[in-house]
Design a protein around this ligand. Structure first.
Ligand SMILES: [Zn+2]
Length: 276
């Protein structure tokens, strides 16, 4: 599933390719992804200029004309740019934008958990999916005081707390495991017990996310960036996906436990169990 670094990498690539360019034609190959395509999507976009490509949490925001496009990649979605996409359409290409100058933007999504929405211009932040989101992890708004305020009364495991997008957005399953390894915190530790480590924890998720961004994200199954190439942060994972393998730090065996149905990878020696 694309997480913050992958979505940001995609936004950066898309912005450089299409920002300032006019959409000449929108071709849809089905009526819906996770949700139906907006009724007047083609009519709303054709003739308008995609002015920018921005990210909020894992949403891709594109102001154009009197609208904002809100796109989400779901489990396996991608936008790629290329040429002659209509003639060379691949299976699971569900939408093509023909841009001025002959470039095409293709939305591809085998599992179709992604979606495309339209709001009135500059009203994207009031959309119900976005209005309740927490702070961005790499921005100043993610302060130590803010984190501690939300940790203080939380008995949930810190792994689940870190992934709660109502508090901090964009730290998904991969980066939560990698952050806690780097912070030497056991994933079952109650959030309130980490309150004195908030600054160190923030430094760890920021460094993990920055390094993943610098690597173009992580490629597991379906993720590709706007140019159709893949990221390589997955080669730097310390714990994620390494169950049964030796810890690079201490040689103990990486373990896998489940939180809220998601796998959590950790080293039992580097990340000691909290005293109960
Ligand atoms: Zn270890």
């Amino acid at each position: 599933m694309p997480e913050l670094p992958e979505v940001q990498t995609l936004c950066t690539g898309l912005r450089s390719a299409i920002a300032g360019k006019r959409v000449e034609r929108v071709v849809l190959f089905r009526e819906n992804l996770r949700y139906p395509f907006p009724e007047h999507l083609a009519a709303s976009l054709e003739g308008t200029i995609i002015e920018d490509v921005q990210r909020r949490a894992k949403y891709i925001l594109m102001p154009c004309g009197s609208h904002h496009i809100i796109a989400h990649l779901g489990m396996s979605g991608s936008f790629t740019v290329g040429h002659n996409a209509l003639a060379n359409r691949h299976k699971h290409d569900h939408m093509i934008w023909q841009m001025e100058g002959g470039m095409d933007v293709v939305y591809h999504d085998p599992r179709r958990f992604g979606f495309i929405l339209l709001t009135d211009r500059d009203q994207w932040h009031t959309h119900p999916m976005i209005a309740s989101l927490g702070v961005e992890p790499l921005e100043d708004e993610c302060s130590i005081a803010y984190m501690q305020q939300h940790m203080r009364h939380s008995t949930r495991p810190i792994k689940i707390w870190l992934m709660d997008a109502r508090i901090i957005v964009g730290i998904g399953n991969i980066y939560a495991s990698e952050t806690l390894f780097r912070a030497r915190i056991h994933p079952n530790t109650p959030a309130y017990a980490c309150i004195d480590k908030a600054e160190m924890l923030r430094a760890c998720f920021r460094s993990v996310l920055h390094e993943a961004l610098a690597s173009g994200g992580s490629t597991l199954r379906n993720y590709k960036n706007a140019l159709g190439t893949t990221g390589y942060f997955q080669h730097k994972f310390q714990v994620y996906g390494r169950e049964g393998q030796a810890c690079f730090t201490c040689n103990d065996t990486i373990q896998n436990i489940t939180h809220a149905g998601r796998s959590t990878f950790f080293c039992p020696s580097c990340q000691a169990e909290p005293a109960s």
